[in-house]
Structure formats: C-alpha cells, structure tokens
Ligand binder design. Structure first.
Ligand code: SAH
Length: 390
C-alpha cells in the first residue's frame, strides 16, 4: 500500500516476471500490465499492477534502502530463539516469508443481504438495521480516496445484494480498473460462475469467500439458505478460473470442537488459499446467536500459530474481528505467525451500518490515522508492507 516498494523487472517468461527488490527476487504475473525488462513496477498479490517512472522509483528505493535492511534485521532479531508455540510460528513465518506484510483496503459497499446467517448482524431478518448501498459514483469516489492514500489492493465487500446484478458489478470492476491500477478482490457471496467469469474478464483477480466452517451440521444450522458443498465447489471453481482466493472460517461457532479447527485449517490450505482468513465469532445482539459466548484471544492466536506451523508459506491475515477482541491483538497476531492486514476504507458514515458484529475495530478510526498506526506497528516489528509474490 502507501509504502509499497517498487521493484525492477529483471526477467520475463510467458506469464511471469522476476522482480528484484534490493537483490531479493520475487515472481509476479504480467497479465494486468504490459512490461519490459528494466521497467520499475509495483506488484500486489503476485500480480504486476503499475509501472513506476524510473526517477520516481529511484527516489523511493533510495529513501527505503537503509530502512529496508534495518527492518529485516529487526524482524530477524525478534523471531530468533523461539521458545513457545507463538514464537515458533513467528520464526517459521520469518524463515519462509521474510518480513513482507500485505496491507489491503476493504470497502463495504452494501449491507443488504438476502442470506440469513445466524451469526451475522446484516442478516435478512435483522429489521432493526438501517440498510445502505453505495451507487457507482460513490464507489468510485471511495476507491479514489483509498488509491490516493496509497492502497494498491482493495477488497469490495457487501452482503449478498441482488440490487447489484451482473451488469452493474461488471461496470463497477471495469470502471475501477480503467481508472485505478489496483488489484481488486470481490467479496460478494455466492453468485453464478458466469458472473464471476465476467468480473475476472473485467479485471478482478481475487475473491474473498470464507467457507465459515467445515462441519456440515454446524454449517447447516448457521447458514440455513446455503449448502456447504456448493460453497466449497464455488471456491474451487473460482480458483480454477484464476482468482486468488482468500478463505477461512469462524472460530467459536456453536457446536465447534477441537477437531473442527484442525480440519478447518486443513480445508483452507486444500483450497489453495492465497490468504488465510479466520476470525473469532462475535455475538451480535440482534441475531439468534446473541447469547453464544465469543472465543478468547489466546484461542485465536493458537489457531494462527497452528495454521502457520502447518503451512509455512501461507499469508495469514490479522482480521478486523481479531483486532476487535483486544487493543493489542494485531501485534500479538503478527507475532504468532500472521503477515497480512486489512484497513477499512468505507466512508465513515456507513461503517457502523456494516454491522456484522458489534464494536468492530476501526469503525471510528480515521483512515489516515489507521494507516499511520499500522505502519507504526509494522515498523516496530521489523515488517515491510511489500508484496509477497506468487
Ligand atoms: N457476503 C459475503 C461477505 C460476508 S461478510 C460472503 O458471503 O462471503 C464477511 C464475513 O464476516 C463473513 O464471511 C463472516 O465470516 C464474517 N462475520 C459475519 N458475522 C460475524 C460475526 N458475528 N462475528 C465475526 N465475524 C462475522
């Protein structure tokens, strides 16, 4: 995002480029950008997304050079001599993914939902919620705002809102991609494969869709209008289509047992997730699960650490729900194996209304202030907000 570092293309093969960052080489796909050897570029999620004029790239690279190596050193020091589970996971993260940390923006463009998930505050039957939708010009304005703040990867999220039909969604993705060189993820729930095909062709490259739980009975209870196997098949088909997949599950749903968590981690990996996303279930007072207790932070940190030990090369997200559990949760998550973050870029007046659970972290934070905090946190841990490549 804002502090993304440009790299130089040193090799081109078919669909992939080798990009050099101060002597460290990473691979990225070239299908969103026409490039030549020697070009300076930004990459996100393993896709080249923007060329950077050489003079600008040199300036940024020389500004960063000293800091870049200092951060690496700090990260190495902080992850040396692991003693407990979290520290072991952190060391494995460091050895396999270095100090790179992805920072994506998330824009919640509608809280209408035709689903009735028992855990979710924006479920269809929550009649107390004020609903909102952003029209295309408002979405573009929000994307511009995020882009100007420096975001290079954005997630467009909503409830399952049929108001945005296939044409409308295609127009949104196409127009954003024409105007802004950002890597776009969509998180819009279960749609037809042909709808997703159109979005891919319009330039979207990622889908965020959790399977929520691998336990078929628990799934049926909490997502009465959806079928677990269909959702999993959709995720698999989208991966096949070429999308980067961000997926995962809720920790602490009713009926969950220890075995489920391990199975959930395994399932996330088997879906070839580009990024693992799991967060605590947080009860919402206007849902049927209002009285279900939420899990403790330590349980979540353990899930992050176990996922890291089982998948050394994964990107693991510190989710907003995790941050909601404790002021210090992001730092603790990043030290237990996580290496990605998201920042809410929804216009402030709508954030409260995207009320999937109460007291969501970041709802009252000014976006610039949130970015400054995240960058401060990453620097204090020796992490650099750079792409993790393919
Ligand atoms: N409509 C999209 C996006 C759903 S909202 C889709 O179906 O994929 C994004 C995520 O919020 C959900 O996948 C769910 O895991 C999470 N969420 C919903 N209610 C929650 C709650 N009470 N506590 C924690 N996370 C919740």
């Amino acid at each position: 995002m804002c502090y993304a570092i440009p790299g130089k293309i040193i090799e081109l093969n078919d669909r992939t480029a080798t990009v050099d960052y101060y002597g460290e080489q990473k691979k990225a796909y070239t299908d969103l950008l026409e490039v030549q050897i020697g070009d300076y570029v930004y990459a996100q999620g393993g896709f080249l997304i923007q060329k950077v004029p050489p003079k600008e790239a040199h300036d940024i690279l020389s500004d960063w050079e000293e800091l870049f190596f200092k951060l690496q050193e700090k990260d190495k020091k902080l992850s040396a001599h692991p003693k407990n589970l979290y520290e072991r996971a952190n060391a494995i993260r460091q050895q396999n993914q270095g100090n790179s940390c992805c920072v994506h923006g998330i824009l919640e463009f509608s809280n209408y939902c035709r689903q009735n998930c028992l855990y979710c505050g924006i479920r269809r039957d929550n009649k107390e919620l004020t609903r909102y939708r952003l029209e295309i010009p408002q979405i573009l304005e929000s994307v511009k705002y995020a882009y100007d703040l420096g975001f290079k990867a954005l997630v467009l999220q909503s409830g399952e809102d049929p108001y945005y039909d296939d044409d409308k969604l295609e127009t949104i993705v196409k127009t954003i991609r024409e105007k802004y060189p950002v890597l776009l993820f969509v998180s819009i729930g279960e749609r037809s494969l042909s709808a997703y095909r159109r979005l891919y062709d319009a330039g979207a490259r990622g889908v965020l869709m959790r399977f929520e739980t691998c336990n078929p009975d628990a799934y049926k209870k909490v997502k009465p209008d959806s079928d677990l196997q269909n959702r999993l098949q959709l995720i698999r088909d989208l991966r096949k289509m070429g999308y980067l997949i961000v997926t995962g599950f809720l920790v602490g749903l009713p009926g969950e047992d220890k075995k489920d968590i391990l199975e959930n981690i395994k399932l996330t990996a088997s879906l070839d997730a580009e990024m693992f996303s799991f967060g605590p279930f947080i009860p919402h007072p206007q849902t049927p699960l209002a009285e279900t207790p939420m899990p403790k932070l330590t349980k979540l940190l353990r899930v992050i650490a176990e996922a890291r030990l089982m998948n050394p090369e994964s990107r693991i997200l510190v989710t907003t729900a995790l941050e909601t559990l404790d002021q210090d949760a992001a730092r603790q998550g990043l030290l237990a194996g996580a290496n990605s973050l998201m920042i809410n870029v929804t216009p402030p007046k709508y954030r409260k209304l995207y009320d999937i659970y109460p007291q969501r972290f970041g709802t009252d934070l000014d976006t610039q202030e949130h970015i400054d905090r995240v960058i401060g946190l990453l620097k204090s841990l020796g992490r650099a907000p750079t792409d993790l490549s393919v």
